[in-house]
Write a new protein. Sequence first.
Length: 584
Amino acid sequence: MTTKYIKNIVFEGLVCCCVTATLTSCNDFLDALPDDRIEIDKVEKVEALLVSAYPGDTFVRLTELASDNVDDLDGDLNGNYDRFSEQCYRWQEITESDNENAAMVWQGHYAAISSANHTLEAIDELGYTNDTLRALRGEALLCRAYSHFILTNLFCLNYSKQHSNTDLGIPYITEPESTLKPHYDRPSVAYDYEMIEKDLLEGMSLMSDAVYNNPRYHFNSKAAYTFASRFYLFYQQPEKVVQYATKALGDNPASLMRDYDIMQTMPTDNMQPRSQQYTSDKEQANFLLLPVISNDAFYFQGYPTGGRFNTNHYIGQAELFFATPWAPSAEAATQSQQIFRFYWFYSQAYDKFLLPKTPYYFEEINSATHTGYYRTVVVALKAEEALLNRAEAYILLGQNEKALADINIWTNTFVSESVEYEAGYHYDEYWNYIVDYATETVPRTLTMESIKKWVNKYDYYTPDRPLPRKHLNPEWISLTEGSDQENLLQTLLLIRRLEFLHEGMRWFDIKRYGITIYRREINSALNALTVTDTLEYRDPRQAIQLPFEVRGAGLEANPRPAAEPSTSEYLQWAPKGEMIEFKK
């Protein structure tokens, strides 16, 4: 029997270039490695190797801070930020070291690809002796497709039938590297998508849930079909989105939606228990969970960390939670927190609107010095995404009633049916202060009529008049503003923005739909507003620049604007309606 050997420590090619200060030191280190090898000759060892075929790094902060979910609050007067976050926010080249920076994401995903390729080679040499090995081959192919898909959408422009044959892609690696300094060229985005599809389809044909003890940490069938629905949504093939999302959701999608009632019973003074529940492997909505090294919990929980560049209450109120088709009446608006279950953390140091979904765990490496790494768990694929992907596809196909049906499944979970609000107060006979409460029922079910009513309430966004509707400029479909299709897409994109808050997905919707982002510096008193930059569709900065170590190894850089934009325009703040005071 032929056996497969791999080295215990693999810093190959593209991965190697990201984890060392210089290529020389990288090469010297590799040359000095001992011949320490693992024999991959059993199914159990293949399974163990596959664990490392999932990325251990997350792109969330890279894309969340690049999106329109954040403002610059108080500018340089606000010291709650780091240079890495500022570079993300300003769409600059990422040069700062951080667990979530571009180099770590590049390294982590190519390391996962390397493990997937070693697994595939080992399985080929072992032969397809049983159903388990065939299923593990399917998992490895899905892992390889997923990491390439993430890298393509981070470091390249979005897929475009018009441009992707010439837009720069990322190297698609299908074989374990056998040389110390392999040379790679950048293919096109179109080529990457073709290769991702090839791996995805073969992987789905081989996968089997029967081989997993804990399927939520593996590419189980629901996770694979949800990934396929995302891939074909980005690939602009809505019929296939419907096909695979339906496979993921089954006959009763409502039964797979998140159980927010459990979170409602948890303490409100600490986001950690609710975040842990959100990412629990017992939660039926979670299809694929990825444990990663990350400090994101401190940026997306109630800490001053990251307070300068974050989702402040101006965005939360004008564009998100207070500006939805389900918003309560003006009298009850102060209680929107009960409808959408968000948190508002506010002090002189920071101002954050948050949804509890990013827990933190500390992995102690040295018990003597109590040093180690912070980790979190990322919900990489979930039932809500499959549902919203299908709803979007239905809209694109002109099947509005089916789209509304899916949207309303989501709203019946995410939106609370009633809200209790403070109607007034009085004093009892002993002069004790007593608050009277009233309950307002918030209609969750949306119709075209209620959506049109919401649309008519708001104009389109401008930076000095922030509103939930934004001009859409997709090149791949023809949209008429004010049409039923455009109104439904506006609703769907707002829902996706709410659902994926703090998950980094908004950035990809911005790229797909050509939404312009305005960078605003505002002060906490809301009497000063400066627009400092603008990012439009196919701006080269929508493709995150490759890490400088990778470029130094010879990989072609992403193009950049001929001159760095340096626009600064003071505008008078004019929100529609008064800013509403509400409880913290």
